[in-house]
Design a protein around this ligand. Structure first.
Ligand SMILES: NC(=O)c1ccc[n+]([C@@H]2O[C@H](COP(=O)([O-])OP(=O)(O)OC[C@H]3O[C@@H](n4cnc5c(N)ncnc54)[C@H](OP(=O)(O)O)[C@@H]3O)[C@@H](O)[C@H]2O)c1
Length: 231
């Protein structure tokens, strides 16, 4: 059994919670973060307090993130992997044809871009000490054109960020993996009907695949679409 320590942002539900369950089954110790303290506590109860630690945290708050990393190292003695997975999405139109008002766009950009960036910044000193592994949740929408879709553009930013972080980490032993899901059945996609969707567990399996490679193998990108997704 591995006793490596994995911290997950956006662990309160969806892909993050599914990855926590899969990693716990594979023997990882877990540090679970998100804003919803009750959902994190319920997941710790399910996985067991020896296995998992809940640290409520907003990914747009750098002090919160650095405290979480410190707390994780204090509790488990090391941090081997961090999954920068927290994200949010909104419908947008640059022409103003419906969708969210521009003032609401700010939170999505901060969470998806700034949040992922400062999660990496907070975690990488600890990951350098363990020659660890940073995973980021991008999106299939961060590789293609989606008319009017700012969410897609935030995920393009994550695509570039993962590559730039990997380039800076050369020589440190740190590995960097960009997970790019297609449509997944979670709260984020509950208003999208009649299209094929993956389960959150399918993305958890992809994350575990990358995590469980030998230290000499750096899986840099994984695209996982449901069979039959249009684009
Ligand atoms: N579902 C899809 O089809 C799909 C496809 C491609 C990529 N993705 C990406 O996958 C990731 C996970 O999404 P999901 O589908 O699992 O959606 P979800 O079920 O809505 O989960 C989103 C998670 O992010 C957390 N979160 C959001 N804002 C946060 C903040 N400011 N600080 C801390 N945590 C925050 C949420 O927790 P709290 O609300 O408790 O803070 C929740 O745990 C996201 O990055 C998303 O963009 C999803």
């Amino acid at each position: 059994m591995s006793e490596r320590v994995l911290m997950i942002t956006g662990a309160s539900r969806g892909i993050g919670a599914a990855t926590a369950r899969a990693a716990a089954a594979a023997g990882y110790r877990l540090v679970l973060t998100a804003r919803s303290a009750d959902a994190l506590s319920a997941l710790v109860d399910e996985l067991g307090p020896e296995t998992a630690l809940a640290l409520p945290c907003d990914v747009t708050d750098y002090a919160n993130l650095t405290e979480a990393v410190q707390h994780a190292e204090d509790r488990f003695g090391r941090l081997d992997a961090v999954f920068a997975n927290a994200g949010t999405s909104l419908h947008t139109s640059f022409l103003g044809n419906g969708g969210a008002e521009p003032e609401q766009w700010r939170d999505m950009v901060l969470t998806n871009v700034y949040g992922a960036a400062i999660t990496a910044r907070a975690a990488l000193p600890a990951l350098t000490r363990t020659e660890g592994h940073l995973l980021l949740t991008g999106s299939n929408a961060g590789r293609g054109i989606r008319p009017g879709n700012l969410y897609s553009a935030t995920k393009w930013a994550v695509t570039g960020m993962a590559q730039n972080i990997r380039a800076e980490c050369v020589g440190t032993g740190v590995r960097v993996t960009l997970i790019q899901p297609g449509m997944v059945e979670t709260e984020m996609t509950e208003d999208t009907q009649d299209v094929p969707k993956l389960n959150a567990e399918d993305i958890a399996n992809a994350a575990l695949y990358a995590l469980q490679q030998p230290p000499t193998v750096d899986v840099n990108e994984l695209i996982i679409r449901p069979t039959g997704q249009q684009r």
